[in-house]
Design a protein around this ligand. Sequence first.
Ligand code: ADP
Ligand code: TRP
Length: 333
Amino acid sequence: MQKKEIVVSGIRSTGYLHLGNYFGAIHNYVKMQEDYQCYFFVADYHSLTTHPDPKDLKANVFRVAAENIASGLDPDKVALYAQSDIPEIPELYLMLNMLAYKGELEKVPTFKDKVRLNPDNVNAGLLTYPVLMAADILIHNAVKVPVGKDQEQHLEMARNFAQRFNSRYGEVFAEPHVFRFDENTVKIMSLDGNGKMSKSENVNATIYLNDDADTIGKKIMKAKTDSGPTEPNSDMPDYIRNIFQLMQLVSAASTYDTYLGAYNNCSIRYGDMKKQLAEDMAAFVQPIRERAADLQQDEDRLRKILKEGAEKARESASKTIAMARKAIGIHYY
Ligand code: ADP
Ligand code: TRP
């Protein structure tokens, strides 16, 4: 039998998952679980850069795991685990840190954004975030990484670290690449037209997998629109394209076509469109929300899933770390 290609991806446990996480990441995970050897994890170490309250950590991790399973991830088919259950990851992170340079880390756009937003908390963990992410990926020698567009630069750094390690110590690591099925869903914009949907920013313009029908309705009815096109077949402003994109993702094709036709002949009524979208969105999110809530009630089951996931992940991680130690010269006894 041909060996399956290895896939790794992670989601930080920094809040409730939203449509961006769903369509940008989890939706791809679910499609990959049949044909690849998949390692999906909750990036709890990555969440520590912002010093979350210790009381919240466990619930955050369990919720992200539950929301992934509720979205269709099958823990029997993939390894689903918490990053902090795999001690080989911080070990590899330490090794890679010796090959990562301060100058290149300071230039990473996500780091510069964080510095601008939180000038009082520029800790070394934030600076070396891409090194930890590279360790997450290289520890399984993954070749495909399903992530949104915002993570491309991090992947490039992971490839650089892999190459640097290999050229200094000999071939240990494969080079990982971003993987996507569908270019259209790489970025879900927030409903106010400012930036992307996110776990912690734009909360009133982000639809969470945990939102009920009423909340979804309110958010969508408030989404930014205008008085409609005046010329047939006009270009769409970004915020209108966004509403159409969401409709394409959750409504019937015939519904989408009807509204697109109305846009193109200038008869569109955004109030009606948003009402329809709110209804279809609520119907789409509801089963995920309910399954996630049920799972979170069943802590024993979640604990068992994460434990088994960690066992599978450690089996692969321990092999890689043994090779890396040997290559570096750490084999004394
Ligand atoms: P967030 O930015 O909301 O905190 P994470 O950084 O944990 O989410 O990202 C987890 C995954 O979800 C990554 O693969 C990321 O690219 C993807 N993602 C996050 N926000 C969006 C979005 N608005 N559109 C598409 N993909 C997204
Ligand atoms: N940095 C990613 C994000 O913010 C999350 C992440 C951490 C990740 N480690 C990873 C994604 C490894 C893919 C592979 O979205």
